[in-house]
Design a protein around this ligand. Structure first.
Ligand SMILES: Nc1ncnc2c1ncn2[C@@H]1O[C@H](COP(=O)(O)OP(=O)(O)OP(=O)(O)O)[C@@H](O)[C@H]1O
Ligand SMILES: [Mg+2]
Length: 376
């Protein structure tokens, strides 16, 4: 898979531009607030149909305009494909070769990206919702159907929570439980599969990143699952049945509190360092190394699964990493051969990732111009 060209129209502060990235590293340099993250955000939306940071898709539409559009030409298994996504105030539409995409599979068809942003770096020390979102992005990267599945679950959960708040009769509530349990079990299985593929790779990557004798582990298991069921080996049906019975057992409590307390939305990922909770004890540098290790694991897992490397998007992470970990990352990028788009305010921080085939761009007030690596 290779990204051949990328166009933006009224996407945030990018009015109209087309750029042709390098087959290897493309580096966008610019000062704060010029549109560097917007570039990556557009590409991320195109490749995943999920926002990278926006709370509402509408934020993506350039002020004063009615729709935003991002289009990318990809080379996939020898064939050229154009996909685009259009955002209007009411939602977004995906197109393949100019026609509305018939399904998510048809749309994604072999495109995969891993993004790494400064927000990711706070995931270890932050709350469980951040870690769940982080995990879910990884799941989605290998299993695109997860996008619809998790949305459906979210809708069912919202309905049940509304009934809980409204103190609806128990029978109304319980009418939702079978559906919610089935959808929940599916998400559990998806997350379990991802963790099985990633946790060992992440452990090994952490060792390679170095500067720590400590062993890192990543562990995911549903909260409040109860005894007598092994999460690692239970079937999807068994998990659905268990969720149903846990919903039932916690019903009085849930009614009192007005929200559903069991299910994939209530889980967390446990990250440990030297057998201690990384959330409670890891230093800032260690936390960042843990996230970096996870990203490396994700890239390797996708490469193993797809037979090609994902597109890598790095938004100004070099300034957040200490020099040694940044050097690890830059060398890793240079050696991996992956197609990479990096943004930075300071070219010196990412120069190690660059080679003769690197394309440099300068971003200023939403405009992007070809530039050269300079020591300015
Ligand atoms: N919907 C929008 N329409 C027009 N401009 C927007 C829109 N959303 C954001 N912007 C503008 O985009 C700019 C920020 O762009 P971006 O976040 O890409 O900056 P950046 O180059 O990554 O900066 P930093 O180095 O600080 O991260 C701001 O000037 C902001 O006002
Ligand atoms: Mg930025």
């Amino acid at each position: 898979m290779r990204l051949l060209s990328l166009s933006y129209r009224n996407f945030r502060n990018l009015e109209a531009l087309t750029l042709e990235p390098s087959a290897r590293a493309t580096i966008a340099v610019g000062q704060n607030g010029q549109g560097k993250t917007n570039l990556l955000e557009g590409l991320y939306l195109l490749a995943t149909l999920k926002p990278l940071r926006a709370n509402k898709l509408q934020e993506l539409i350039r002020f004063g305009e009615h729709e935003a559009r991002v289009t990318g030409k990809f080379l996939i298994a020898g064939a050229e494909r154009e996909i685009s996504v259009e955002v209007i105030p009411g939602g977004r539409t995906a197109f393949v070769d100019g026609k509305r995409a018939s399904s998510l599979e048809a749309y994604f068809g072999g495109v995969s990206v891993v993004a790494f942003t400064p927000d990711d770096l706070s995931v270890v020390k932050g709350g469980p919702d951040g870690r769940r979102a982080f995990l879910d992005r990884s799941v989605f990267n290998v299993q695109p159907a997860y996008l619809d599945e998790s949305r459906e679950y979210g809708r069912a959960l919202k309905n049940r929570n509304r009934l809980l708040k409204d103190r609806a009769p128990m029978s109304h509530l319980q009418a939702w439980d079978a559906t919610l349990s089935k959808l929940g079990a599916r998400l559990w299985v998806r997350r379990r599969t991802l963790m099985a593929a990633l946790s060992e790779r992440a452990r090994a990557a952490f060792q390679r990143i170095g500067r720590s004798e400590l062993e890192a582990t990543w562990f995911y298991e549903p909260a409040h699952l109860g005894d007598g069921l092994a999460f690692g080996t239970a079937s999807e049906n068994e998990l659905a049945e268990r969720m149903l019975s846990r919903l039932d057992a916690r019903l009085t409590r849930d009614v009192e509190r007005g929200f559903t307390s069991v299910g994939p939305h209530a889980d967390d990922v446990d990250i440990t360092l030297g057998e201690k909770s990384a959330r409670a004890y890891a230093s800032q540098g260690q936390s960042r190394a843990l996230v970096l290790a996870w990203k490396v694991a994700e890239i390797e897992n996708l490469a193993a699964q797809n037979g090609f490397l994902p597109l890598l998007l790095l938004d100004d992470v070099s300034s957040e990493l200490d020099p040694e970990r940044n050097a690890f990352l830059m060398n890793y990028l240079a050696e991996s051969g992956a197609q990479t788009l990096l943004t930075t305010t300071d070219a010196a921080l990412v120069r190690k990732a660059a080679g003769a085939d690197t394309k440099w761009f300068r971003v200023s007030a939403g405009r992007v111009e070809t530039s050269h690596d300079t020591d300015e």
